[in-house]
Design a protein around this ligand. Structure first.
Ligand SMILES: Nc1ncnc2c1ncn2[C@@H]1O[C@H](COP(=O)(O)OP(=O)(O)OP(=O)(O)O)[C@@H](O)[C@H]1O
Length: 584
C-alpha cells in the first residue's frame, strides 16, 4: 500500500473502512448470507406448517404431508445454517488474515521516526484485527437474516391476530430504545479496551526489551505495578463495555419474556371469547418465541459492529503514520556492480525536532578510502549515517551517493549499496547462519567461510556445539558484545556493499581482535569505501581522511598528521584517546 492509498483510506468514515475489509470476500460472504436467509425462511415457515399439523389433528385427519414438510423444513434450515455459518467463519478468518497482512506491510514500510511505540503497533496487528473478524463478516449478513425473520415473523403475526401484534410491538419498541442507548457507549468503552491492551503490550515490550537492566536495577516490582495499572485500565473499560452489552442483551431477552406472558394472557382471553382459534394462538406464540433469536442476532450484530468500528479506527491510526516514499523489497533489486562508491554531504542541516543537530555540514567521502568521523558524544555522527541511509531527510542541503542525490535513488537500490554496522550491533533471534545471511540469501559456503575468517569468527564458530546452526537468543543474549559486533560486520560484508558504514563497531573489541579487524578493514577498503565512526584513536590514525565534528558542524578534516598540526580540538580529542564523553 503506498502513501497515497493510505491517505485516501484515512479520510474514509470508519464504517466504509470496515466495509472495505469485507469487499474482497463478497462472494463467500453473499453465499453465506444467502444460505442464512434460506435457513431463516425455512425456519419462518415452520410454525405455519405446525399450525396445519395441529389443525389436521384437531379435525381427526391423518395426512402425513404437513408432517413430512415440517421435517423437511427442519432439515433444510439446519443444513443451510451449518453451511452458511462455515462460510461466514471462513470469511471472518480471511478478513483477519488480510488485515494483518496489510498492517504488517504498512508497519514494515514505516519511516524509522514513526516507530515510536512498537508494543502498541504489535497489539494493533494481533488483537485489533481479531476484533474485526465478527464485524466484517457475520455482523454484516446475519442481521439481514435476523431482520428478515423479524419482518417476516411480524407480518405473519399480523395475519394471525392484529390486537396481539399491537401488544407485542409496544414492548419491542421499548427494546429498541434501550439498545440504541447502549450502542455508542459500547463503542467508546471498546475503544478504551483496545487502547489499554496496546498500553499493556507497550509496557511489556519496554520491560522485556531491557530485561537485564530491569533485574539489575531491582525494578521488577515497579514494572509489575506499571503493567498492573495498564491491566486495571483494560479491566475497567472491559467492564464498562460489558455493562452496556449485558443491558442490551438482557433487555431484549426480558422483553420477549414479558411479551410472551402478556400475549399468553391476552390470547387466552381472546380464545375464550371465540375471537381466536387455539392453533392461531399457538402459531402466534411460536412466532413470538422465535422473535427472540432475530432480536438477539440484531443486538449481537450491532454490538459486534461497534467493536469492529473501534478496531478499524485504531487500525486507521497506523495508516496515518508516515511511510517511506518507496518500499520496494530489496529482493527485487539486482546485486550491484562491485565497485567503490563515493558519498558527499553538501551544506546539510538537519534536526530531529526544533533544535538543529547538523548545521551546514559539508564533506566528501572518496571512493575506496577509509574515512573516519570523530567528535564528542552527541555531535551528530550517527545522524550522518541515518541521512545517508535516508532514514531521515535533511531540512536543507544535499546528501549524495555516487554524485546522485539520495532522494533520486530508488530507496531499495540505495540501501543495497550500503552495508551498515549499527552502534549496538543487534542480532536477531535465530541461528547464526540466519543472522549472517540475513541481508543476502545467495551466499556460498566459501563466501561464508571467508567472511568468518575476515572477522576472526572462524574459531568461535568451530567451538560452537552446532556451528553455524547454533541458535542465538533474543537480542543476542548468548553472545558477548564483541561477538555481536563481529557478527554484524560479517553480515554487512556478506552483502558485498559498495560503501560500508561502521558506527563505533570496534568499541567493544579487545585489543587483539581490534588489531585484526583493522587489518581486515584495510583489506576491505581495497574493494569498498569505508566510513567509520570511532572513539578509539587506534582505529582512526590509519584512516585516509578524518572528519572532525563539533556541535553539528564540520570543524576540520584531513589526515591524522595534518589535523594534529592544525586543529586544537582534534589534539584535545587525541589527548583523551578520542573517548571524550562531552556532549556538543
Ligand atoms: N531519533 C532521535 N530523535 C531525537 N533526537 C535524536 C535522535 N537520535 C539522536 N538524537 C539527538 O541528536 C543528537 C546527535 O545524535 P547522534 O546519535 O547523531 O550523536 P553521535 O555523535 O553519534 O553520539 P554518540 O557518539 O554518543 O553516539 C543528540 O543530541 C541526540 O540526543
Amino acid at each position: 500500500m503506498n502513501a497515497t492509498t493510505g491517505d485516501i483510506r484515512t479520510r474514509l468514515p470508519a464504517w466504509r473502512l470496515l466495509a472495505s475489509h469485507s469487499l474482497p470476500h463478497r462472494g463467500p460472504l453473499l453465499a453465506g448470507g444467502a444460505l442464512n436467509l434460506v435457513g431463516t425462511a425455512a425456519g419462518l415457515a415452520q410454525p405455519l406448517v405446525a399450525k396445519q399439523v395441529i389443525d389436521a389433528i384437531g379435525v381427526g385427519g391423518t395426512s402425513w404431508s404437513p408432517v413430512l414438510a415440517l421435517v423437511g423444513l427442519v432439515v433444510l434450515s439446519a443444513l443451510c445454517a451449518a453451511w452458511g455459518t462455515y462460510l461466514l467463519e471462513r470469511v471472518a478468518a480471511s478478513v483477519v488474515c488480510r488485515a494483518r497482512g496489510n498492517l504488517i506491510t504498512r508497519i514494515m514500510r514505516l519511516r524509522v521516526d514513526a516507530l515510536d511505540r512498537p508494543g502498541d503497533l504489535i497489539s494493533r496487528v494481533t488483537s485489533d484485527t481479531t476484533l474485526l473478524s465478527g464485524a466484517a463478516s457475520q455482523a454484516l449478513v446475519e442481521p439481514l437474516s435476523g431482520a428478515l425473520m423479524l419482518v417476516g415473523g411480524i407480518t405473519l403475526m399480523a395475519l394471525l391476530d392484529l390486537p396481539l401484534l399491537a401488544v407485542t410491538a409496544g414492548i419491542l419498541i421499548l427494546i429498541l430504545g434501550v439498545v440504541g442507548l447502549a450502542m455508542p457507549r459500547i463503542s467508546r468503552a471498546q475503544q478504551g479496551v483496545q487502547q489499554s491492551v496496546g498500553e499493556i503490550t507497550t509496557a511489556l515490550e519496554r520491560a522485556l526489551g531491557a530485561f537485564r537492566t530491569v533485574k539489575a536495577s531491582g525494578m521488577e516490582s515497579a514494572e509489575i505495578s506499571r503493567l498492573g495499572t495498564a491491566v486495571d485500565q483494560a479491566w475497567r473499560h472491559t467492564v464498562g463495555a460489558a455493562k452496556w452489552a449485558a443491558l442490551a442483551r438482557v433487555s431484549s431477552g426480558l422483553a420477549i419474556q414479558v411479551a410472551f406472558l402478556t400475549v399468553l394472557g391476552a390470547g387466552a382471553a381472546r380464545v375464550a371469547s371465540g375471537d381466536l382459534s387455539v392453533s392461531s394462538l399457538v402459531a402466534f406464540l411460536l412466532y413470538l418465541f422465535n422473535l427472540g433469536q432475530p432480536i438477539a442476532t440484531l443486538v449481537q450484530g450491532a454490538t459486534e459492529m461497534q467493536v469492529g468500528l473501534a478496531a478499524v479506527r485504531r487500525m486507521r491510526e497506523v495508516e496515518d503514520l508516515p511511510v517511506e516514499a518507496e518500499g520496494r523489497p530489496t529482493a527485487t533489486v539486482d546485486k550491484p556492480v562491485y565497485r567503490q562508491a563515493t558519498a558527499a554531504f553538501q551544506k546539510v542541516s538537519f534536526g530531529y525536532g526544533e533544535e538543529p543537530v547538523l548545521r551546514e555540514v559539508s564533506f566528501t567521502v572518496a571512493g575506496g578510502e577509509v574515512t573516519a568521523v570523530v567528535g564528542a558524544s552527541g555531535a551528530g555522527k550517527t545522524t550522518l549515517f541515518s541521512l545517508l541511509e535516508r532514514f531521515y531527510e535533511p531540512s536543507s542541503g544535499i546528501v549524495t551517493l555516487d554524485g546522485k542525490d539520495v532522494r533520486q535513488w530508488p530507496l531499495a537500490e540505495l540501501r543495497q549499496q550500503i552495508g551498515y554496522v549499527e552502534q549496538d550491533a543487534p542480532v536477531l533471534a535465530g541461528t547464526l547462519r540466519e543472522n549472517l545471511c540475513y541481508a543476502t540469501q545467495e551466499v556460498s559456503e566459501q563466501e561464508l567461510e571467508h567472511a568468518l575468517a575476515r572477522t576472526r569468527l572462524t574459531e568461535f564458530v568451530a567451538n560452537l556445539p552446532d556451528g553455524l546452526e547454533t541458535r542465538i537468543g533474543h537480542r543476542g543474549t548468548t553472545l558477548s558484545g564483541g561477538q555481536r559486533q563481529r557478527i554484524a560486520i560479517a553480515r554487512a560484508l556478506l552483502r558485498r556493499p559498495r560503501i560500508l558504514l561502521m558506527d563505533e563497531a570496534t568499541s567493544q573489541l579487545d585489543a587483539a581482535n581490534e588489531l585484526a579487524l583493522r587489518e581486515t578493514m584495510t583489506a576491505v577498503a581495497k574493494t569498498t569505501t569505508v566510513v567509520m565512526i570511532a572513539h578509539r584513536l587506534s582505529t582512526v590514525v590509519g584512516a585516509d581522511r578524518i572528519v572532525v565534528l563539533e556541535g553539528g558542524r564540520v570543524r576540520a578534516s584531513g589526515t591524522h598528521e595534518e589535523l594534529l598540526a592544525a586543529d586544537g580540538f582534534y589534539r584535545e580529542l587525541v589527548g583523551s584517546q578520542l573517548l571524550s564523553g562531552r556532549r556538543a
